[in-house]
Design a protein around this ligand. Structure first.
Ligand code: ZN
Ligand code: ZN
Length: 361
């Protein structure tokens, strides 16, 4: 599916929007999704029968190369001024803007300086289109996940007591880059010992110690797309409580992955994992949602959570399944896989074994 088809789907969505059928797109990921343009600044304007890309001189050539389906509008002084003059000529009446990606300051200035236009806040129109991935997008995410998994397996043998989390993170990142990643999907989470009770404990100056749980949450970025996976390992002897907590998370994670199929909502899948953790007596230690969509952004729609997981799953959606148990002053376990929803269930894109890995101390 190319740009033409994405534009067609967007226009279809805009036709259903009562207040406007024009949309200004300024957020990086939505801009890239709709036009292929990867520059760091610029905007798209989509009207019922034309599409424009508005860029400054740094990106004239790049926009021509990456977005040939778009008519180019060249910024003279600054983007808002050029946009204002252009819209004044075009006289489109109402124009939608991305409420979730526009600061209050930008909105105030648009209203003030481009007063001929009625600005209509819109929410998640392009994000909704992005939820269901095309085959080529899934292939790219799979490649990103493979790079991250292979890198995790490459660095794991070097993890030992005395090594510093940040130092392991540096090796891990280097390894992903060497294997073809453009960069990290997000700052690496390497949280050992009591720090593993922090669901998002970024790598710190702490040394690995015997008896630690270590949570590795890692993802690479390739072709603009992210991957996301988590594994928890233990250093030295495993005690009874560690083994029990790990088993509960593992059971919850497996059951939730098996429960995924089109038509079920994210909240229903969350419930499957949460029930298992609740029944084992650890419900109060699983504070976050079960998962989230992954694509050009590492956190995107749909949500697999109790409150926000209202969207029925559809084939082509790529989501994480990541239950965890985090016990303050003790430690925590999370296991996370990235799966794509298929016609009759799901396929897992992340491939590292989920049995508890014990690192020799
Ligand atoms: Zn993650
Ligand atoms: Zn995640």
């Amino acid at each position: 599916m190319g740009t033409a088809e994405r534009l067609q789907r967007l226009r279809h969505a805009l036709a259903e929007c009562e207040e406007t059928d024009n949309l200004l797109i300024a957020s990086a990921e939505n801009r890239r999704y709709m036009s292929g343009f990867t520059g760091s600044a610029g905007a798209l304007l989509i009207t019922p029968d034309e599409q424009y890309i508005i860029v400054d001189s740094r990106y004239t050539q790049q926009a021509a190369d990456q977005s040939p389906e778009f008519s180019r509008v060249d910024v003279t002084e600054n983007l808002r001024e050029t946009l204002g003059e252009f819209l004044c000529d075009l006289d489109p009446g109402a124009v939608g803007f991305e409420a979730g990606h526009t600061t209050y300051e930008e909105y105030s200035k648009m209203r003030e300086e481009i007063a001929a236009v009625e600005w209509v806040p819109t929410e998640g129109i392009v994000e909704d289109l992005r939820q269901v991935k095309e085959a080529a997008e899934i292939q790219t995410i799979r490649a990103a996940a493979e790079i991250a998994d292979a890198s995790f397996q490459e660095i794991l043998p070097s993890v030992a007591p005395g090594r510093v989390e940040e130092d392991i993170a540096l090796d891990f990142e280097f390894c992903m880059r060497r294997r073809g990643a453009e960069g990290l999907a997000f700052p690496l989470i390497i949280a050992s010992g009591v720090r593993s009770s922090m669901p998002h404990g970024q790598a710190s100056g702490k040394e690995i110690e015997e008896g630690d749980f270590i949570t590795f949450d890692y993802g690479s970025r390739r072709g603009g797309y992210c991957s996301d996976a988590t594994r928890t390992v233990v250093v030295g002897e495993v005690d009874e409580r560690q083994s029990e907590v790990y088993c509960v998370v593992q059971r919850a994670q497996r059951a939730a992955v098996e429960a995924i199929e089109p038509g079920k909502t994210g909240a229903e899948i969350d419930r499957v994992a949460r029930d298992i953790i609740d029944d084992a007596g650890y419900g109060e230690y699983f504070g976050h949602g079960l998962g989230h969509g992954v694509g050009l952004a590492v956190h995107e729609r749909p949500s697999l959570s109790r409150r926000r997981g209202t969207t029925p799953l559809e084939p082509g959606m790529v989501v994480t399944v990541e239950p965890g148990i985090y016990i303050p002053d003790w430690g925590g376990v999370r296991i996370e896989d990235l799966v794509v929803v298929t016609e009759d269930g799901s396929e897992t894109l992340t491939g590292v074994d989920k049995e508890l890995v014990v690192i020799d101390a």
